[in-house]
Write a protein that binds this ligand. Structure first.
Ligand SMILES: [Zn+2]
Length: 293
């Protein structure tokens, strides 16, 4: 059987025409995301409809995050988070810091793109002559345009498209993600999107967009993964998350088992790990991401 990768991009009510070559460009760059391209159609919508599908959300203000982190972790090196130790003090620090993080959710930002695990037909079908149901990605070209120049439009459109396809790939459509899980998923989606570009001009355009000071910290933290990807393939990390497991490479970067012969040392770490629990490890990872946002 021959499998053909087909990316469907249909305009619902956007006033902006997207380059006819966009499908080709996207497929050429998608890499592992190609495995789901045929399953998830992409629809273009104007700003009003986007706000109905995905109302503006509140994200983390970077200054506020920095302030909280600098108070919580001012004394030691390595940005203050201990490498892998989950002492009582550390646990208190991590939990306490997340308790305060809610105060920083004050950047109101409208969606440029959104992935939906299950579209509510009533929301969009009145605008279309075709039926939309099931999984779908919506992108607002008007907002892509507002975030790009005429020369960088295609790059930013693709960056948004790849970001949404990462959500679709992980998908569970984890609608009920905890906030620190959202920080992990959003930053990772941006990092994977960024990793799809190779040309210098594209990289410049896309990093300018991804690192824009107006974007919330959960996105701009993507640089954490970008650095980590020098040693670990991002696909390993995203596959672990997809299977609801702690991403192992991150596990070992937080807690490097560099000397396997020091067994008691490892057991000591493992003991803390097991006791720490998955949630606390995820909170720890999310804090490391925010430290680099
Ligand atoms: Zn996202």
């Amino acid at each position: 059987m021959i499998c053909i990768t087909v990316l469907t991009i249909k305009n619902i009510n956007s006033k902006i025409a997207v380059n006819r070559n966009m499908n080709k460009k996207a497929i050429a760059k998608m890499g592992f995301l190609n495995s789901i391209v045929s399953d998830v159609p992409v629809f273009l919508v104007d700003e009003q409809l986007m706000d109905q599908i995905s109302p503006p959300k509140k994200g983390l203000n970077r200054e506020c995050v920095r302030e909280i982190l600098s108070h919580a972790f001012k004394s030691s090196d390595n940005n203050g988070l201990d490498e892998g130790y989950f002492s009582d003090e550390e646990v208190e620090k991590v939990d306490g810091t997340w308790g305060k993080m809610e105060e920083c959710r004050k950047v109101l930002y409208p969606s440029i793109g959104v992935y939906m695990n299950s579209v509510m037909p009533a929301l969009v079908n009145k605008y279309t002559t075709f039926e939309i149901s099931g999984r779908a990605i919506f992108i607002c070209p008007e907002r892509v345009k507002a975030n790009s120049s005429s020369k960088s439009f295609d790059d930013i459109f693709l960056a948004v498209l790849f970001h949404e396809f990462v959500h679709a790939y992980i998908s569970g459509g984890h609608s009920s993600l905890k906030y620190y899980e959202q920080v992990i998923e959003e930053s990772l989606a941006d990092a994977i999107s960024f990793s799809r570009f190779t040309d210098e001009t594209e990289l410049f355009n896309v990093s300018k967009f991804l690192s824009d000071p107006g974007r919330p910290a959960e996105y701009t933290g993507y640089v954490y993964w970008t650095e980590l990807s020098r040693h670990y393939p991002l696909i390993e990390i995203v596959d672990n998350l997809k299977q609801n497991r702690i991403p192992l490479p991150v596990f070992s970067s937080i807690m490097p088992f560099v000397m396997p012969f020091v067994v008691p040392h490892i057991l000591h770490h493992l003991h803390h790990y097991v006791n720490a629990g998955k949630d606390r490890i995820l909170k720890h990872i999310a804090l490391r991401i925010l430290m680099h946002s």
